[in-house]
Design a binder for this molecule. Structure first.
Ligand code: IPM
Ligand code: MN
Length: 375
């Protein structure tokens, strides 16, 4: 029997409940397909931080880097200021493991209601490849108040007077700034990933940017896109400004096959993508380093108000678990999990409140595990 070791970080809020169902389903798939997963628990998240002051240590990250795939629940807790846990654990992990692809399938399963009138599962079936380590997520920024940083305020004064002829009293100002940055290598590799994926699908790649305004950063993105595109003459392409993209996702989702996007726009449009595929409870994602340690999680957050109620939909996390075992090489088991999710939905008897049902989180996990085992 094949043995896998998978680190698991259930995290905060509903994380432990949904991860329990994901593990249950993968274990069921293991029984059927002849593999066994040893789950290695990690406590990182709000409770651990409040008890020890530690977010996630270099030592733990190093240890985790010995595994090909990590299973993550959700990170974020109202007791702690926004950004501390998200940046200190989730983004730290994405960066440390150089998980440069955030792969987010937007697929409307049969029997799921989409808020878009007249669209069916034939129309909504694409994949967003979100760049995951650069752009406005690089963490370069700062604040300056009166008297704190003359230099920064001086920069602002020069810019303002050059552009608008305004004379600004430097030390009466307060500013915040954040810089977006993309590199040639970082852009090329994620766009190459998108084209390679499109070669195995419907051979179409759509680029997202805002090159009409943020022309330095996203003009560069387009150049790299065109360079990669030239190496794939059989793959058709289109360019979309991000604001227009939100319109096309709703109006013509059937146009898309693979969508490749810079990090921050990818964050925004994949929440929209999750809604058109039936809601955040159904949207999985993978943070991928094709040659290193990947990490699989639902797109949704920790939903603290539902914590401990056994109420939320575990399907996004179960689906992310399917992506995880596919990454480990268990393609057939992964497909079987997605098919079992599909069957659970079509049966329509065991579903959580968000899908109009009354079943619990664990009922749904049990049902999907039962389908997989063929009981
Ligand atoms: C996501 C989340 C994260 C992001 C946050 C929690 C840091 O919104 O995975 O989409 O912005 O990437
Ligand atoms: Mn997000």
């Amino acid at each position: 029997m094949t043995q896998y070791k998978v680190p698991v970080l259930p995290g905060d809020g509903i994380g432990p409940e949904i991860i329990a169902e994901g593990r249950k389903v993968i274990d069921a798939a293991g029984e059927r397909f002849g593999f066994d997963v040893e789950w290695i628990d990690y406590p990182h998240g709000a409770d651990h931080y409040l008890a020890t002051g530690e977010l996630i240590s270099e030592e733990t990250l190093k240890e985790l880097s010995g595994y090909p795939a990590i299973y993550l629940g959700s990170i974020g807790d109202p007791r702690i200021a926004p950004g501390i846990l998200e940046k200190g654990i989730l983004l730290t992990a994405r960066f440390y493991f150089d998980q440069y692809v955030n792969l987010r399938p937007i697929k409307l399963l049969e029997g799921v209601l989409t808020p878009i009138k007249d669209k069916t599962s034939k129309d909504i079936d694409f994949v967003v490849v979100r760049e995951n380590t650069e752009d406005f997520y690089v963490g370069v920024g700062g604040r300056a108040k009166k008297g704190e940083s003359k230099n920064l305020l001086e920069v602002k004064r020069v810019l303002y007077s050059a552009k608008f002829g305004l004379d600004i009293e430097t030390d009466s100002e307060e500013i915040g700034y954040q810089i977006g940055l993309i590199s040639k290598e970082g852009t090329k590799r994620v766009i190459e990933y998108a084209f390679d994926l499109a070669e195995k699908r419907k051979k179409h790649v759509s680029s997202v940017d805002k090159a009409n305004v943020l022309s330095d950063i996203y003009g560069f993105w387009r150049e790299e896109f065109n360079a990669v595109s030239a190496k794939h003459p059989d793959v058709t392409t289109d360019f979309n400004f991000v604001d227009a993209m939100t319109m096309w996702f709703v109006k013509n989702p059937e146009w898309f096959d693979v969508v490749v996007t810079p990090n921050m726009f990818g964050d925004i449009i994949t929440d929209l993508g999750a809604m058109i595929q039936g809601g955040l409870g159904l949207a999985p994602g993978g943070n991928i380093n094709p040659n290193g340690t990947s990490m699989f999680e639902p797109i949704h957050g920790s939903a603290p108000k539902y914590k401990g109620q056994n109420k939320v939909n575990p399907i996004a996390t179960i689906w992310a678990g399917a992506m995880l075992i596919e990454q480990l090489g268990e393609k057939e088991a992964a497909d079987t999990i997605v098919n079992a999710i599909q069957k659970n939905i079509l049966d329509g008897k065991v579903k959580t409140y968000d899908m109009g049902g009354k079943s619990t989180t664990s009922d749904v996990g049990d049902d999907i595990a039962r389908i997989i085992k063929g009981e």
